[in-house]
Design a protein around this ligand. Sequence first.
Ligand SMILES: Cc1ncc(COP(=O)(O)O)c(C=O)c1O
Length: 361
Amino acid sequence: MTPQSLSEIPTPALIVDVPAMQRNIARMAEYFANRPCKLRPHFKAHKTPEIARRQLAAGSCTGITCATVAEAEAVSAVCHDILIANEIIGGDTCERVALLSRHHRITIAVDSAEGVREMAKAADRAGVSVGVLVDLNVGQDRCGVAPGPDAVALARAVVDAPALRLRGLMGYEGHLQGIHNRASREAETRRSMNQLVQTAHLFRDAGLPSEVVSGGGTGTFDISGNLDGMTEIQAGSYALMDTDYGKLGLPFEYASYVMGTVLSRPTPERCVADCGHKSCTKDHGLPDVRDLNGARVTALNDEHAVLSLPATSTIKIGDRIFLIPSHTDPTLNLHDVLYAVEGDVVLDLWPVAGRGYKPHK
Ligand SMILES: Cc1ncc(COP(=O)(O)O)c(C=O)c1O
């Protein structure tokens, strides 16, 4: 039976505060409403089609960004224009991209001749055209070709593949998202993303298509999104937020919580709840505790959250506690459903359809 109120939800559970999430979505959409640069919300942050649908409905969007083919498949029910901002290599991934391209506008990232060859082969076999962005390393040192002539050379290889359609270029300044000082974040981001914009100029000089210049995230949305030449921003975490981004003073609120039940209060200064790191990740540090004065998480074990408390705390066995995740993406990936709530009332259950690694159907 669908729970009607918070107290009926089995724990641990991921709770989405719908009004807070809607305010985040509206604030971001409003920022991009009257700018040349638009928003392409990153699905990997929540992997939940219903949230993507609401992001698109709020406006200012060119489409949705995904990190994997499985995410693109999951979001394809609510979005026609999907960028997989990642290299597509191996297994059946290129075939699946080609299949999706039959009825959707799919664009992928490439940073190698192998990537161009594999996608071109699959697209050609399926008789479809797949969009391509050349992926630039703008300093994160993850994937990506060097800005400048290397990127132009790879773009030419894309143009030479008949089943591929070069659309432009992307670069993700992931190494700069968390810089705490706003002035430094701004200066570093401008320097980094200028390489992307300058390479887009080289594409134009060489007669290569560059209608898409894509990048950016929640920490840099109003820096990269305000840079001449950028056409879309791939921010994702802003919809639900986490304590890592919460430190930056961004105009977004916490909108998701891991709810647990107190299992034990062995001493006045300690209680233990059922929401360990199998329900709330700790790769970006321990989560914060909401609405419990003086409480803090001291450890997350597999199935236990250990909290230190003031001895005067009235919390007791059976009470609910709420953790604010430090990293939203992998925490959402741990849950099959989100409980969409307003206050105490459960409005809906939203499947996290893009989570996990499943064999292709
Ligand atoms: C390619 C890419 N674009 C954009 C983002 C931005 O996401 P967020 O706004 O959640 O930081 C990420 C996050 O890791 C990413 O990998």
